[in-house]
Design a protein around this ligand. Structure first.
Ligand code: DI6
Ligand code: FE
Length: 395
């Protein structure tokens, strides 16, 4: 089929938004066959079924490359504690925080977890998202980690969306255990089992004072490498303990949060081709003040992605459009960087090279908007101008 009479933001390499006025897109099955000005449409496509977009704007579909979409319960009570002055770390050290979600996730049935996760996935789908990353990490025991990953896989069976899973066994230390014992006796064996069951696309960790140090994460990453799995890391969110450098050493797909990363960390990410994933929803929710070193990322040519970090504690956010707005307002990204951050750079953070641009040969995942310029997507707050979402060539 052909989409005609569209304003297209291709995001083609080196073109900025890559705007095409009076544009057309030829879709062949699940793939983009041709894109350009309608007047340049090759004769061979002239007979195809045409869909008039009535001047609407088409962008690549959106990609949320960092979510904890599967979890039990919620943390509204912790929200109130923090509003009364408790810090995220204080709540975590007192056995609240991630550990309280672990308890709720362990007791939830697989069906209940799926129902709740689908509600959040639907919110993203309504904003034109066609690919999400989903992490485990609220189980911290073998059965619950596997349960979370199965639920993540099921999302893609129940909805027209693709899911990439990340094993985040190294998310928190379970109550009554020391971190080293947990890593060696539970986390790593669980990773091997989850991988053997085909449940893992990448391996993640939380490298932080309240979680795991670089030596512990390195042991998990060594196993990931042995299994042929790419890695990514929650690094430098609340302090700098060397996570970004570690991620770079392992050629990670992404280093995420990175508020406390230094210019030297940015240089390391640039050398390893690692994407910096910025998560303004967590920065906002925790009322953080330390900004990620965006200018150093630009100076070193580090690709920047933006994601929701949708989770019940530090970022109860299921809107990627709002994450774009926050990325601009809080982190001073340009609207172009925000747009690239939820498309081509998010694809890169997931190792999906066939997505995120409207270019011949790419997968036909598109978003059609009632908007006239892509900057409008990041500029408005609480508006959803999505008209239509095309997933693998189908709407
Ligand atoms: N960093 C985050 O932003 C989430 N996990 C992590 O390692 C927060 C998880 C939570 O508070 O439940
Ligand atoms: Fe996270």
């Amino acid at each position: 089929m052909i989409l005609t009479n569209a304003k297209i933001a291709t995001l083609a390499k080196g073109t900025g938004f890559g705007l095409i006025e009076a544009g057309a897109i030829v879709i062949d099955g699940a793939t983009i066959a041709w894109v350009g000005r309608e007047t340049d449409l090759p004769a061979e496509y002239a007979g195809l079924e045409q869909h008039d977009m009535q001047g609407r704007m088409i962008t690549p579909a959106l990609i949320d490359c960092h979510t904890h979409l599967v979890f039990g319960g919620n943390r509204a009570a912790e929200f109130e504690l923090r509003l009364n002055g408790a810090s995220y770390e204080e709540v975590a050290r007192a056995g609240g925080g991630i550990i309280s979600t672990v308890t709720a996730t362990r007791t939830a049935t697989e069906d209940a977890l799926l129902t709740d996760a689908l509600t959040r996935a639907d919110a993203l789908i309504r904003e034109g998202v066609t690919l999400i990353e989903v992490k485990s990490g609220y189980g911290l025991d073998t059965d619950t980690e596997l349960k979370m990953l199965r639920v993540a896989r099921k999302i893609a069976k129940m909805r027209p969306i693709d899911v990439r899973t990340s094993f985040l066994g190294a998310h928190a230390v379970p109550m009554g255990m020391d971190a080293d014992t947990y890593i060696d006796e539970i986390c790593i064996p669980t990773l091997r089992t989850a991988h053997a069951q085909g449940l893992v696309d990448a391996v993640d960790g939380f490298c932080e004072g309240i979680a795991f140090d670089t030596a512990q994460i390195a042991r998990v990453f060594d196993v990931a490498q042995e299994l042929g799995l790419p890695v990514k890391l929650h690094a430098e969110q609340l302090s700098n303990i060397g996570g970004t450098q570690l991620a770079a050493t392992y050629g990670a797909l992404s280093a995420d949060h990175v508020e406390y990363a230094t210019p030297a960390d940015a240089a390391a990410l640039a050398r390893s081709g690692t994407v910096a994933v910025l998560l303004p929803g967590a920065f906002y929710t925790l009322r953080e003040t330390r900004m990620p070193p965006v200018q150093a990322f630009r100076d070193h040519g580090v690709p920047m992605a933006l994601a929701t970090d949708c989770n019940p504690g530090s970022s109860p956010l299921a809107s990627l459009l709002l994450a774009m707005n926050m990325g601009c307002t809080l982190f001073r990204l340009t609207p172009l960087e925000a747009m690239q951050g939820v498309t081509v750079q998010a694809a890169r953070a997931l190792g999906c090279a066939d997505r995120g641009r409207i270019v011949a040969g790419m997968r036909a995942d598109l978003a059609v908007w009632d908007a006239s310029h892509p900057a409008e997507l990041a500029y408005r707050i609480g508006f959803n101008p999505l008209h239509q979402r095309i997933f693998g060539g189908a709407s």
